[in-house]
Write a protein that binds this ligand. Sequence first.
Ligand SMILES: Cc1ncc(COP(=O)(O)O)c(C=O)c1O
Length: 433
Amino acid sequence: MSEDQLRRNVRAFQAEFRRGWPDGPVVIMPSIKANYGLALRRILTEEGAGCDTFGTGELQAALSTGVPPDLISFNGSSKTEQILVRAVAAGVRITLDSVREVELVIAAAESAGRTARVRLRVRPDFDIDARSDFFSGPVSVRTASQMYKPGIPTESLAGAARRLLAATGIELTGVMMHAGRQTTNLRVWSRIMQRFVEVIGSLRDATGGWQPSEIDIGGGFAVPRDPFGRSDRRRLSAPHAPSIAQYAQAITRTLREELTRIGISTAIRLEVEPGRSIYGNAGIHLASVTNIKRQTAPVDYTWVETDTSDSFLPDVNLERNRWTVCVAGRASDRPAMVADVVGISCNFDVIVPAANLPEVRVGDTLAFIDTGAYQDANATNFNALPRPATVLVTGDQSEIVKRAETIGDVFARDVIPRRLAGAVNDTHIGFGE
Ligand SMILES: Cc1ncc(COP(=O)(O)O)c(C=O)c1O
């Protein structure tokens, strides 16, 4: 992970959204789910960034790395009363995901003896027929976003808001939504913002004039060489995603116009929760070439075998990503072969299908670029593979910020009941290594 690129990314979000949102404060709250490395989070905290957290572990990570509670959103489905009490006591803002959480947070504020600052996560109906990049088939943004579970159904929103406004110990600060990385089309993004503002207007009307003091637009912005959803278009070079400046301009312009049109102040806090676009192009995954296997019949095929796995770059399967791969130290060499770059597991384990590569040799290092978001967070131990380390680089300095797993780590949670222990010899898997 590159410290310098991470800093550049968060500073670009801060500068561009502030440029487009001059009347109120802007808080960039990177989504820690994209990469919960604690050293990386410390860098973002130094940059003054807030944090989007989902669930208890992420909340603890944000608090323990010094994110000011006022800059934390505590999101998540099915929050328990216990964790809500902790969140209220910590002073973080709580983003409610369902009607069920309304009474729970009122009770939590009472038992914590402190005002709870809450926001409503909403589910606008994005009336958008354009295709969602979430699916390989023709599924519209509208359908995809309605299938996505988070948020309070619109029909229950006004009732939830009125109940919270009438409750003691609750400050209803704003509204939040997250459409996700469905599209890179900025016209669609503008429509998403219009529909969000319509929900805010309806809430104002249904509550006799309540207005948010903060609005949170979630994340979903592409990384510049956008690998997302491209594996089914195998040979396409990376499309150019909008820049952070273009996203910020399209989004803030629409928000300002639409809020002003319905008479809601824009002198309010704007919050943005980028995940992939903060961490993605700050990360490179490295692997060694272990073998080059060729066959000519019945099908001509070449595999470049490596010591990594799609288990460590899982968005090739989860999000149909097509990674850009190059030979480290020879990135500008001309392509000389087409091969599937494959991993070490027993699955198909195709990390990059039909990659154009220079002549590759055993022992070369391959670099999969733009892999800093979601890959480590989603990595698994399939085939009992220990997950790799994370190294932080800045200038000519490098430090391990997450050590590699050992085989002992992979089996560390296993318990063999005494009655089955028989001739167990745990020296093979190095418990306690
Ligand atoms: C609530 C919320 N905010 C922000 C994000 C970050 O999204 P992305 O990485 O696409 O920017 C997510 C991702 O799922 C999310 O659920």
